[in-house]
Design a protein around this ligand. Structure first.
Ligand SMILES: [Fe+2]
Ligand SMILES: [Fe+2]
Length: 338
């Protein structure tokens, strides 16, 4: 994979339009905070999620034509805070507060939460009957996260106490290939994309990704980039690892059923075993270690786990519902201006 540089996507409404326009100019000039944002459904709000995605993306990648000093421009941070507010409130509405007796053994609580996954059976559907086109769409959606796999949770590393930090590093070391760039999970995913005839370049499909997909990544970027959400970051990662092994086996099976070989399935096969190990480290050493040292963030650990499952469920439902209607789950490419 080459260096990270994305093309600015076409805006999807007044917020993204105002933001993208300002980003083309000198850093910290011409961007006024929008004031309180009224959104009927912030999770599926195309304009809000794309603006927020770009505001976070500037921490991960270069954006063509955008001065890198924008990353810490006070006006961008103020603008971003306005975007975060309705999204955070919408996520909080989806997540029930943890009952008091759940807070003590956090590893066991996480296992119970993961076992109650509210999402539709997307991976089973893909394994048994998903079409090639649907599999390609699935991979394109997932590219928003998998091409920067592990990065959002890495923001938490310097913010954790020793036991939790050591556990997180143990997981992240595998995600980052244990010293080998070719084995890095984001690189394996780019390999899957290319084996399927897709473009594995970072950000190549941003324009096609709907708000609910961007929301899955914005959720973890938002947790990761705020120290006060370190509990949620840890809970998010723990629940992610705990719900990954079996679905990844099914996605690998889906690709084999569709006639693809090792090049395409390697990413998924790798996760079957790796995440069976990661789920224990993440639940007991990472989340349990953080809970023992900082009991005040336990409720947020469980919040992060539930938020992941709710937002993933929303995303998976979007895919299944689109396909049931016989439609693509991706956005149509915008017409190229003449
Ligand atoms: Fe991974
Ligand atoms: Fe993992």
């Amino acid at each position: 994979m080459a260096r990270r540089l994305i093309e600015p996507p076409p805006p999807r409404g007044p917020l993204s339009e105002r933001l993208f326009e300002a980003l083309e100019g000198p850093p910290d000039e011409g961007l006024e905070a929008p004031g309180p944002i009224e959104s009927v459904d912030p999770i599926a709000d195309e304009d809000l999620q794309l603006a927020l995605y770009l505001a976070y993306e500037i921490h991960y990648t270069g954006i063509r034509g955008v001065d890198e000093r924008w990353e810490w421009a006070p006006s961008l941070l103020a603008f971003r805070a306005e975007l975060e507010r309705p999204f955070e409130a919408a996520v909080a509405e989806l997540v029930e507060p943890a009952p008091a007796d759940e807070l003590a053994p956090v590893g066991a609580a996480l296992q119970a939460i993961a076992a109650e996954d509210p999402g539709p059976p997307l991976s089973r559907y893909m394994e048994t009957q998903g079409t090639l086109e649907q599999m390609l769409e699935h991979v394109v959606h997932r590219s928003a996260y998998q091409l920067k796999e592990a990065d959002p949770h890495s923001w938490a590393i310097p913010r954790l106490p020793p036991r939790a930090k050591a556990a997180l590093l143990e997981v992240q070391n595998d995600e980052y290939g244990n010293g080998s760039a070719e084995r890095m999970h984001s690189v394996l995913f780019a390999g899957t994309m290319e084996a399927l005839g897709l473009d594995g370049t970072y950000g190549a499909y941003l324009e096609r990704l709907p708000a609910v997909t961007l929301a899955t990544v914005n959720l973890m970027s938002g947790f990761g980039l705020h120290r006060r959400r370190r509990g949620a970051t840890v809970g998010h990662l723990a629940a992610f690892e705990m719900t990954s092994s079996i679905p990844n086996r099914r996605y690998g099976n889906a690709l084999r059923r569709l006639g693809f070989g090792r090049e395409a399935t390697h990413f998924y096969d790798e996760h079957v075993e790796a995440d069976a190990v990661h789920e224990n480290i993440a639940a007991w050493d990472l989340a349990g270690g953080l809970a023992a040292d900082e009991p005040e963030v336990v409720a947020d650990i469980l919040f992060g786990a539930r938020a992941l499952l709710q937002i993933e469920a929303r995303w998976a439902s979007h895919l299944m519902a689109s396909w049931e209607r016989g439609e693509s789950s991706l956005r149509e490419p915008a017409a190229v201006p003449a």
